[in-house]
Each structure stands twice: as structure tokens, then as C-alpha cells.
Design a protein around this ligand. Structure first.
Ligand SMILES: Nc1ncnc2c1ncn2[C@@H]1O[C@H](COP(=O)(O)OP(=O)(O)OP(=O)(O)O)[C@@H](O)[C@H]1O
Ligand SMILES: CC(=O)C(=O)O
Ligand SMILES: [K+]
Ligand SMILES: [Mg+2]
Length: 576
């Protein structure tokens, strides 16, 4: 991702380019460190365990109906122990509505590390195919799946494609290279043996590079972390002078600008899904990922192509396709791209390298609103807590940025380097969690003071029955101050339509399919449970009440609004 911080953790903080030179260490007001939902305890071998729950190895756990007892499953109701504890201790209202995606990287790829993130509230684990080997990704995906199977979590897996961006080579294995002010560097499409590569020479992965650039163009590395101006062209070599010095990092993204706008020559013809991406996608389908996030989407066509490919390769598959909004072209075709996708990501890193940086906030707002209107989940990504790659607390400005995304009611926030290779992944996650809880509560309180606040989204034309039912159910829940909405959903669609209304109370989504349960975990306000249910609403309800009561997750007297996707009905009912 351009504009982000690609330092390997072995670099010292002074080398970090995108850090303000001065950080105010003193006084550092401590952000309260929010207590985990269930405090994981570190044992001698640093394994994170849930208190009183997973002290036994999975193989030693008593098994009920073929499943370890540690998984909170009784009578077919499947929920993870963190949600269960949260509901028991804090009640419905206080549950977090904004979801969290964590990028898994070298810092968080072991089973115990992934478990710690799940315990800390990770809803979706993202693997970025720009980095790592297929074996590495396979291990991570299988660990997430094992965690879900053993402990009842519904952590979804998102595979993020590499896409064909223009980038530099891998610096022959060096961690970084320093470009000084005024220095002359050569960017070339030639290839060299590592031993014979001339000094200050960087190979570029895009063959048309030397033909496309012109003398006077600006060459931006990682969205402007290092800047050059093109002074001369000699065949395949582009000679550049450094104007903003900094560290060049392996495979850093390159963009070139002319007259203050991004140059799109033949590079605009680069495929959105490269041949390497197709292999990765085949791998993702085989490993059963839940989401495929497509980098540098330019048009709705590519999303449609991928969706039909998935259907052909894996009929009946529930893999959802997320369009990453990070290129100029994606903004030109925004509405039809989002319409064709199953969700979108505001990928602010590369986006900020393709459009003037001051336009990123308004694009974010527009994408979030459009997704809400079109009923597609939306993720706000990149640099949310960038300073926490190195520091245990965020900057005030970062907290304000996170609050803004939560205030916009995006479905999910994403950690990138903070969780992939930062020093404080769990702390970063805890900050997202505590800021979400606080801002969501504050927003609900403010909303009651502001009668003009639009809580209901406009309906589509022609109106659909499910949509009207969900809009009405959400309004009812708000007016009656219901404790929760229960939705029995086979496809997940009704749960999405409820989430889209952003009601004041949480939505318990019961679905018979494990993969739908995981997909729903990305969406705002949904607490997904796996449950087999019949077409008889009455008996489903009675069964759910008794299962939830038996586990202490629900109290008598609470008011529940019940929506059924099969009967298309709404009921208001007190918990017996
Ligand atoms: N699987 C991995 N193996 C090694 N390093 C990784 C891996 N995943 C992420 N990282 C590191 O974490 C950083 C941040 O991850 P992130 O997913 O944001 O990638 P990115 O390179 O910035 O690209 P993108 O634009 O696709 O997000 C990466 O630049 C890389 O240094
Ligand atoms: C997430 C991502 O790809 C970006 O911000 O560029
Ligand atoms: K990517
Ligand atoms: Mg990107």
C-alpha cells in the first residue's frame, strides 16, 4: 500500500520515514488500556488462553457431538466464548457494533497470536497476497479455521489480491536504500544479476515504464514518501534526481505525475487481475476463504468476471467479492463497481497516492454513504493507527480519524501494518475496540437529542418487501427501545438489510450456515450465531430463548423485535 510504512520491524524508529521527527513523549497522557473482553492470560510458554476455558489442549477436551466442549455450542447454537462473556457481563446494548479486520503478517501468524487477536475482537483476518508465500498463507488460513472449529469463533478470512501496480524490485534482498536530496538515480526496465546491478539503480516491474514517462515528470515512491524528478531518458533507463529524500523499501509502489495529476498512459491497460492473481484466487477458492478483496479495481466488469469465475469454479460457494477503492478509475465508475460487488474497501493508502491527498476524506465519506445506500458492507482501511506500529499508544489525531470512520458508521475498520508487523498488534486492536464502544455510545446518546438525525435509509425503487420489513423493524426497535433484534436468516440478506438501518440495539443473526455466519461477521451491529431452525417462528423463538437463557446470555423481560426471512414477518416479544 502506498503511503504506508513498509519498514521491517528490525529498522530502528529513527529510520522510519513517515514519522514526525518530533514525537511528544512527555507528557504522554496514557490512553486507558481497555480490558480485553475475556482477559487472556499468558502462560509460561506465552500461549494465550481464555480463563478457565482452553487450559486443556484441544485433543484432551471432552467432546460433545463430535465437537470440543470449549466451543460454546449447545443444542446447535454456535457462538464464541468472547461474545458469550460479553453478553453475560455487559448486556446487549454495550456490544461493539463496528467490526474489525486485522491484517495477519509475520508478527501475528502463529496460532496463539491469531487466537489473541480473536479474543481481542478481530472479526475478519486479512491475508495480503502482495507478501509471503502460498505456504505461509495456507498455514494462516488453516490456523484461523482451526480456531473457529475448536473455539466457536466466526472469524472470516479475507484474501487481498496483489493486482498489477507499478512497483520497484526487491532491492536484491536489502531492507532499504537511502535516497539523498539531489542524488541521481536510475529507474530502469532492464534486469540485472544481483551482483552486477549498478549503484543507485532500481528495476521497475512494468515494461512500458521508460516509454510512458516524460522528462519533467515527478516520480513518487509510496505516494510521496520519496520523490524524484525525471531529468533524462536513455533507452530503457529513466534518469531521475531526488527532490524529497527518504528510504526506498523493497517493492515500493511507484506513481508518476505530470502537471499535478497522475499519469495514466499504457499503464491504465494493466490487468486488474494479473495471471499471478488468478493463481492466488484459485488458491483462495481451494482454501475456502470468505472474502476476496480485489486491488486496484477499475470497472464493474472485473468484479462480474471474478464472481462468475468463482461460481463456475466452486458452485454454491459463498465467497464474497470486495472492491478495493484505491485508484482514480474506481472513482470514475464508483456506483456501478459497488453495485456489482458484495462490499467495498476504502483503501486509503494507495488512494492517497493516486488522488491529491486532501481529497481522500471526502472520497471516504462518499464511498461509505454509497455502500450504505446500496446495502454493501464497507471497510475503512489504512493508517488508522499508523504510529502504533512503533508506539504503544496512538496519536490524538489517529484517535480522531478512527472516531470519524466510526461516526460515519462504516461497517468495519482495518488494521494493516499495525497488526501485520507492528510492535503492538493487540494494543492497536484494543484501541479500535474501546474507541468504537465509546463513539457508538456517544452517537446513540446524541441521536436522541437530535430528532432530525436520519436513522432510516431511503428505500430502493421499486420497493422490496424485505427492505420495507427491515426498515420498519429497525424503526420499531428504536421507538420501543428494544434490547435486541433477532433475525432468522438463511441467506443473510435480511440480516444485512437490518444492519443497513444501523438500529440502536444489536442484531442477533441466526443462520444455519457456518460460512454465512462468518460473512455476516463483517457487518455493522450483527452478532452472528449458527443455528438450525425450522419454518415455525414460534418454536424457533422458544428454542432460541431457552438456549440463550441456559447460557446466561439473555434475561427475562427484555424486549425483542423478531424478523424472519422465511415468513417475512415482524414480531415484538418480551423474553419469557
Ligand atoms: N504476509 C506477509 N509477509 C510479510 N510481510 C507482510 C505480510 N503481510 C503484510 N506484511 C507487512 O505489513 C505491511 C502492511 O501490510 P499491508 O497489507 O497494508 O500491505 P501493503 O504492502 O501496504 O499493501 P496494500 O496496498 O495491498 O495494503 C506490508 O507492507 C509488509 O511490510
Ligand atoms: C489496503 C490497501 O490496499 C491500501 O490502503 O492501499
Ligand atoms: K494487496
Ligand atoms: Mg493498496
Amino acid at each position: 500500500m502506498a503511503g504506508s510504512f513498509r519498514l521491517s520491524s528490525s529498522l530502528s524508529p529513527v529510520q522510519s520515514r513517515d514519522f514526525p521527527k518530533m514525537r511528544f513523549f512527555n507528557p504522554r497522557i496514557q490512553v486507558p488500556n481497555p480490558a480485553p473482553l475475556l482477559k487472556p492470560t499468558k502462560t509460561a510458554n506465552t500461549k494465550v488462553v481464555l480463563p478457565g476455558i482452553v487450559r486443556v489442549a484441544a485433543s484432551e477436551m471432552p467432546v460433545t457431538a463430535g465437537k470440543p466442549a470449549a466451543m460454546a455450542e449447545s443444542g446447535g447454537l454456535q457462538v464464541d466464548l468472547v461474545t458469550e462473556a460479553d453478553l453475560k457481563e455487559n448486556g446487549f446494548r454495550s456490544t461493539r457494533r463496528t467490526k474489525i479486520v486485522c491484517t495477519i503478517g509475520p508478527r501475528t501468524c502463529e496460532f496463539e497470536e491469531i487466537e489473541a487477536l480473536a479474543v481481542g475482537g478481530m472479526n475478519v483476518a486479512r491475508v495480503n497476497m502482495c507478501h509471503g508465500t502460498l505456504e505461509w498463507h495456507r498455514d494462516v488460513i488453516r490456523r484461523v479455521r482451526r480456531l473457529n472449529e475448536e473455539k466457536g469463533f466466526a472469524v472470516a478470512v479475507m484474501m487481498d489480491t496483489e493486482g498489477s501496480e507499478i512497483h520497484m524490485d526487491d532491492l536484491n534482498g536489502a531492507e532499504s536504500a537511502k535516497a539523498e536530496d539531489g542524488e541521481i538515480w536510475t529507474f530502469t526496465v532492464r534486469t540485472f544479476d544481483p551482483s552486477s546491478c549498478p549503484e543507485r539503480t532500481i528495476t521497475v516491474n512494468y515494461d512500458g515504464f521508460a516509454e510512458d514517462v516524460k522528462i519533467g515528470d515527478e516520480l513518487l515512491v509510496d505516494g510521496g514518501m520519496v520523490r524524484f524528478v525525471v531529468t533524462e531518458k536513455i533507452g530503457p533507463d529513466v534518469i531521475c534526481q531526488c527532490t524529497d529524500p527518504g528510504l526506498l523499501l523493497p517493492r515500493a509502489n511507484l506513481t508518476f505525475w505530470r502537471n499535478e495529476s497522475l499519469v495514466q498512459e499504457r499503464n491504465a491497460m494493466l490487468p486488474t487481475i494479473s495471471s499471478k492473481d488468478w493463481l492466488d484466487i484459485d488458491f483462495g477458492i481451494a482454501e475456502g476463504v470468505d472474502f476476496i478483496a480485489v486491488s486496484f479495481v477499475k470497472s464493474a466488469e472485473v468484479i462480474k468476471t471474478l464472481k462468475s469465475y468463482i461460481t463456475a469454479r466452486s458452485p454454491g460457494s459463498k465467497i464474497a467479492v470486495i472492491a478495493k477503492i484505491e485508484s482514480i478509475d474506481s472513482l470514475r465508475n464508483l456506483e456501478e463497481i459497488i453495485e456489482a460487488s458484495d462490499g467495498a474497501m476504502v483503501a486509503r493508502g494507495d488512494l492517497g497516492a493516486q488522488i491529491p491527498i486532501e481529497q481522500v476524506p471526502s472520497v471516504q465519506k462518499r464511498v461509505v454513504q454509497l455502500c450504505r445506500q446500496l446495502n454493501k458492507p464497507v471497510i475503512v482501511a489504512s493508517q488508522l493507527l499508523e504510529s502504533m506500529i512503533e508506539y504503544p499508544i496512538p496519536t490524538r489525531a489517529e484517535v480522531a480519524d478512527v472516531s470519524e470512520a466510526i461516526g460515519q458508521q462504516a461497517d468495519a475498520l482495518m488494521l494493516s501494518s499495525e497488526s501485520a508487523m507492528g510492535q503492538y498488534p493487540e494494543k492497536a486492536l484494543a484501541v479500535l475496540r474501546s474507541v468504537s464502544l465509546r463513539i457508538e455510545k456517544w452517537r446513540r446518546e446524541e441521536k436522541h437529542l437530535d430528532a432530525t438525525n436520519p436513522s432510516v435509509v431511503s428505500s430502493s425503487t421499486p420497493p422490496s418487501i424485505s427492505e420495507e420489513i427491515c426498515n420498519t423493524a429497525s424503526q420499531m426497535a428504536n421507538k420501543l427501545k428494544a434490547d435486541a433484534i433477532f433475525v432468522y436468516t438463511k441467506t443473510g440478506q435480511t440480516a444485512s438489510l437490518l444492519s443497513r438501518n444501523r438500529p440502536d440495539c444489536p442484531i442477533f443473526a441466526f443462520t444455519p450456515t457456518t460460512s454465512i455466519r462468518r460473512c455476516l461477521n463483517l457487518q455493522w451491529g450483527l452478532i452472528p450465531f449458527r443455528l438450525d431452525f425450522s419454518d415455525d417462528v414460534e418454536s424457533n423463538l422458544n428454542r432460541t430463548f431457552s438456549l440463550l437463557k441456559a447460557r446466561g446470555m439473555i434475561n427475562s423481560g427484555g424486549l425483542i423485535i423478531v424478523v424472519s426471512d422465511v415468513l417475512q414477518s415482524i414480531q415484538a416479544i418480551k423474553v419469557p
